[in-house]
Ligand binder design. Structure first.
Ligand code: 5GP
Length: 189
C-alpha cells in the first residue's frame, strides 16, 4: 500500500534499531484519511472470505479494526488487557508477551461476543514476534470460531511473527512489510 509506505518513510521514527514509532499518524494521533484507506485495502484483500467479526486487542488495534469492520459491515471485538470491575465473569483468556512493553499480560474477551458460529478476521497495527496475534488466535480457538485471516498494518518482516502464524496454517496480509530498519533506514520488501 503505497500511501502507507510513503507515510512511514516521511513520518516514522526508528527507535533502538527495532521499534518503529508511528505516533504521528497511527498510534497516538490518527490520520483519519489514511485510516479510511487502510479499511478499504483490508476489504479488498479479504474480499472473498466469509467474515462475521473483526477481532483485535486494545489499544492501538482498535482504530484499524473498527474501520475494517465498517468496510465488512460486521462488529469489532477488542480483547481487553488486565482486569476491571465492569468485566463479564465468563471470558476467554490468553497470555501474551508485549514486545514494546517488555512484559507479559493477559488478554480477555467476553464469551458473550464470540462463539463457534463466527468467522473471525484478526486485525492488528503491528506484527513483530507474533505474540499478540497468537493470543488472539488462541482466544478465537477457545470460542470454537473459524479464523478467516489475519490483517496487519505494518509487519516487521525481519522478526519471526509471520512464520509462526503461517506455520499454523493461517493466511496473513500486511499492508506494509519492512525488510530492514538497519542504521535507521527503513527498507520495504
Ligand atoms: P508482537 O506481539 O507481534 O511481537 O508485536 C505486536 C504488538 O506489539 C502490536 O500489537 C504492537 O502494538 C506492538 N509493536 C510491536 N512492534 C512494534 C513497533 O515496532 N512499533 C510499534 N508502535 N508497536 C509495535
Amino acid at each position: 500500500m503505497d500511501l502507507l509506505k510513503r507515510k512511514i518513510l516521511d513520518d516514522g521514527k526508528v527507535i533502538d534499531g527495532n521499534i518503529l514509532k508511528v505516533d504521528s499518524f497511527l498510534n497516538h494521533q490518527i490520520d483519519v484519511k489514511l485510516l479510511l484507506e487502510i479499511g478499504k485495502e483490508f476489504r479488498k484483500r479479504f474480499n472473498d472470505i466469509k467474515i462475521t467479526k473483526i477481532l483485535t486487542v486494545e489499544a492501538s488495534g482498535i482504530s484499524v479494526a473498527t474501520i475494517t469492520a465498517m468496510n465488512f459491515n460486521v462488529p469489532v471485538i477488542f480483547a481487553k488487557k488486565g482486569s476491571s470491575k465492569n468485566q463479564d465473569d465468563e471470558t476467554y483468556e490468553s497470555e501474551a508477551f508485549s514486545f514494546t512493553k517488555n512484559k507479559s499480560y493477559i488478554m480477555k474477551v467476553s464469551k458473550k461476543y464470540l462463539n463457534e458460529t463466527d468467522n473471525v478476521l484478526i486485525i492488528d497495527d503491528f506484527l513483530a514476534n507474533g505474540e499478540a496475534c497468537l493470543s488472539l488466535i488462541n482466544i478465537a480457538g477457545q470460542a470454537g470460531a473459524e479464523i478467516s485471516g489475519i490483517g496487519i498494518v505494518i509487519e516487521k518482516a525481519f522478526q519471526d511473527g509471520r512464520k509462526k502464524i503461517e506455520d499454523l496454517g493461517y493466511h496473513v496480509e500486511s499492508l506494509a512489510r519492512i525488510k530492514s530498519m538497519k542504521d535507521n533506514q527503513i527498507e520495504f520488501i
